[in-house]
Design a binder for this molecule. Structure first.
Ligand code: ZN
Length: 379
């Protein structure tokens, strides 16, 4: 017993040291890397207009966007998934962003529709489509995988044209959905107010190219190539410059918003009591995990700095836990092996944190996909 107590004290002390040093070293979060993805390319033309192919227009806009960022925001590193007319598989595009630890991923596309009158811009974040129109766009963009020979194994049997395949996106646990939607709305606002395009709004659908990215990510449909008037606009260098500069300004606004928020959290951190953090870690370690191997929790926030568990922020919630993941601290509340119970709990949590979402972890606190967790529990 005494030995255990000493061990606990040592762990306690250790956490104190880690917390102190990491808090002192913590730098203000800033957006350093952006990945710009020109859709399609090579054997994959994408949508077609009367005169041009999607792959040509989106590459021109992507390169213009990258140039604006390099010229005006020299502290941001720009990485392209392609700078030429080459075919790049969808999963490789996400890999490029993940490997480079990008802070934002922007995939640029042109829309197409059977109705030649359809026109305007749409910006998508990952999610399950709510309308047939959004589903059609996802199907069209995802069918790019049909150009990949091994698509069936690579995308776990995903069939871009089968509605059933899209069910996986309803269990999505994208930590960055809030930031993705935030950036998407900056883009659509710029399109409508400065580029004077018709904004069809911010939307969600299951895009494979965004699926495995580990940062905020959006897919921008810059206009319809199937609408002759819009095609002419998108072919013109003036049109391309308007579109690229709108996406650029949206990025600049998003960047300063995110960095200001991070400053606020840094400020909060100066009042931090290290003992409090330690006790919250301690409670994590001693939680009784005997019921089952899988726990559902509701994630309410992620922050670049640690937030003390006695902060006003957490008031009224149970089982507050902190996880460190990359440069982020993630906070969850609630903990149960029943999916039904956590769904009910999430409804309560949503009153204070509308963007809260459910996560599943195993007893070693490893994140596991929700659908996998449900399957395991049902067995
Ligand atoms: Zn496309």
């Amino acid at each position: 017993m005494r030995c255990r107590l000493t061990l606990l004290m040592l762990i306690f002390l250790n956490f104190c040291l880690i917390s102190t040093s990491s808090a002192q070293k913590e730098e203000k979060y800033s957006i350093k890397t952006i990945v710009i993805d020109a859709g399609h390319g090579g054997k994959d033309d994408g949508a077609s207009g009367k005169k041009v192919k999607e792959k040509e227009i989106v590459l021109a806009i992507a390169l213009k966007l990258g140039t604006y960022i390099e010229e005006n925001l020299p502290d941001v590193k720009v990485i392209y998934t392609r700078t030429k007319d080459v075919f790049v598989p969808l999963d490789e595009r996400a890999d490029i962003a993940n490997k480079n630890k990008a802070d934002l991923f922007i995939s640029i596309h042109c829309n197409g529709n059977k109705n030649p009158n359809a026109y305007g811009t749409e910006t998508y974040a990952m999610g399950l489509h709510k309308t047939d129109g959004n589903f059609e766009v996802a199907k069209m963009e995802n069918s790019a995988i049909l150009f990949e020979e091994d698509y069936s194994t690579k995308y776990e049997g995903f069939d871009p044209n089968s509605a059933e395949s899209y069910i996986i996106f309803s269990f999505l646990q994208n930590t960055f959905i809030e930031q993705s939607l935030n950036y998407a709305s900056f883009v659509e606002t710029e399109f409508a107010t400065r580029a004077l395009r018709k904004s069809r709004g911010v939307k969600q659908a299951g895009f494979l190219v965004l699926w495995k990215t580990t940062m905020p990510s959006v897919l921008v449909e810059v206009g319809f190539l199937t609408n002759p008037q819009e095609e002419r606009y998108l072919i013109s260098s003036e049109g391309q410059e308007y579109i690229a500069s709108a996406i650029y300004r949206a990025f600049k606004n998003y960047k300063s918003t995110i960095e200001e928020k991070s400053m606020f959290v840094t400020k909060l951190n100066t009042d931090l009591k290290y003992e409090t953090i330690v006790s919250s870690y301690d409670s994590v370690n001693t939680t009784n995990y005997s019921e089952s191997d899988i726990f559902f929790k509701v994630q309410i926030a992620s922050s670049t700095n640690s937030i003390p568990s006695d902060s006003e922020f957490f008031k009224g919630f149970e089982n507050i836990e902190e996880y460190k993941f990359d440069q982020y601290y993630k906070y969850t509340v609630g903990s149960t092996s029943s999916f039904e119970k956590i769904v009910d709990y999430k409804k309560i949590v949503e009153e204070k944190f509308p963007d809260a979402f459910i996560i599943a972890v195993d007893q070693n606190k490893n994140l596991i996909p929700i659908n996998e967790a449900i399957n395991k529990i049902n067995k």
